[in-house]
Design a protein around this ligand. Structure first.
Ligand SMILES: *Cc1c(COP(=O)(O)O)cnc(C)c1O
Length: 367
């Protein structure tokens, strides 16, 4: 147990379920009766290879992944995948379509321009507070793939649907909302997620890839980012981040016990609703500038005092939150304000604690 009761609303690395941390602590010295720690055991041992297969099977079960997909455990984080995606797929036609709905997809699009032509599907903007209607999309039928970020962690824009790409392979960065809702995997070419937001610690990136997209890497694709090599060698081509994968597998087990991704979705809807209702019923004291239709269930950015935020008031709010053990609520340095991340491990009760503080802070400020 932490020495002081705190709630970690950080955007990533983020809160892990306490049950998982306690289990990992208990297992740390003895991995699967090997008398060795997960950090000490060979990734080519029988125990590890079985564990590797079981962890892939857990992903397949939780997300109902069809048989024609491979599960990979890669390194390099979400950022590594920004390069890996074009390095593996761009050579098909030399161009790709990118939805830019916030900082992370903007970074991915920028990285991709190193390897081919990037078409922007949406009109350019620096205010990421909505997703334009499909009638405004410019999709190119000759694109190698269509890329989007299903949840923009910094701006709080979450797609409430899967974009229709008219048959062009769809690639999704799900780093900050994977396993927070059921998804129809068969609609995707590639799904990837850095683990440290919703499913584990930093160090491992989960990749789900459809078989037919393997086998066309650029000649200069680094081995470590080559999906085909990683798939052929079952994610043990080189040393995988074994300890990070172990914690992630324990999170999968925990999600399963909580009713799977269906359970996570119900939980996410309740928690985010409570916070958005508090913001929307505060008579403008708290402001969330996003279109309610695309507001994220995972990352809730808001301002205090006005749409542009009263920075002094926000500072006071954050200091008071810190004193109460409500931690890591500061908005990303690029946007300012407040951001509460409500990932899978955050409980409803913890959101209630935040909402209680918000109401008290508003009362106190009015006086
Ligand atoms: C955090 C994040 C990334 C970057 O992940 P790194 O592991 O730090 O490279 C990419 N995409 C999204 C949506 C993120 O939230």
């Amino acid at each position: 147990m932490a020495s002081k009761q705190v709630v970690n609303f950080g955007a990533g690395p983020a809160k892990l379920p306490e049950e998982v941390l306690l289990k990992v602590q208990k297992d740390l010295l003895n991995f699967k009766d090997s008398n060795l720690s997960i950090m000490e055991i060979s990734h080519r041992s029988t125990e590890y290879l079985k564990f590797n297969d079981d962890t892939q099977a857990a992903v397949k079960e939780l997300l109902k992944v069809p048989d024609n997909y491979k599960i990979l455990f890669m390194q390099g984080g979400g950022t590594g995948l920004f390069a890996a995606v074009p390095l593996n797929l761009m050579s098909r036609t030399g161009s790709a379509d990118y939805f830019v709905t916030g900082s992370w997809s903007a970074k991915a699009a920028k990285e991709a321009t190193k390897y081919g032509k990037v078409n922007l599907v949406l009109p350019k903007t620096d205010k990421y507070n909505d997703i334009p209607d499909p009638s405004k999309w410019k999709l190119d039928p000759k694109a190698s793939y269509v890329y989007y970020c299903s949840n923009e962690t910094i701006h709080g824009v979450e797609f409430p649907y899967i974009p229709d790409t008219q048959g062009v392979p769809l690639v999704a960065d799900m780093s900050s909302n994977i396993m927070s809702r059921p998804i129809d995997v068969s609609k995707f070419g590639i799904i990837f997620a850095g683990a440290q937001k919703n499913i584990g610690p930093a160090g491992v990136t989960l990749v789900i890839i459809r078989d037919d997209l393997l086998g066309n890497p650029s000649p200069f694709c680094p081995t470590i980012l080559d999906f085909s090599i990683m798939a052929k060698d079952n994610s043990v081509h080189n040393t995988p981040p074994t300890a990070a994968i172990y914690v992630m597998s324990s999170v999968f087990e925990w999600i399963r016990q909580q009713g799977g991704v269906e359970g996570m979705e119900k939980h996410a809807v309740r928690k985010s609703q409570l916070l958005y209702d508090t913001i929307d019923h505060s008579q403008g004291f708290y402001c969330c500038p996003l279109n309610p239709k695309i507001r994220s269930r995972m990352n809730v950015p808001f301002r205090i005092g006005s749409v542009n935020g009263d920075e002094a008031l926000e500072k006071t709010f954050l200091t008071g939150a810190q004193e109460r053990g409500l931690l890591q609520l500061k908005g990303h340095r690029s946007v300012g304000g407040i951001r509460a991340s409500l990932y899978n491990a955050i409980t409803y009760k913890e959101v209630e604690t935040l909402v209680q503080y918000m109401k008290e802070f508003q009362e106190l400020t009015k006086k």
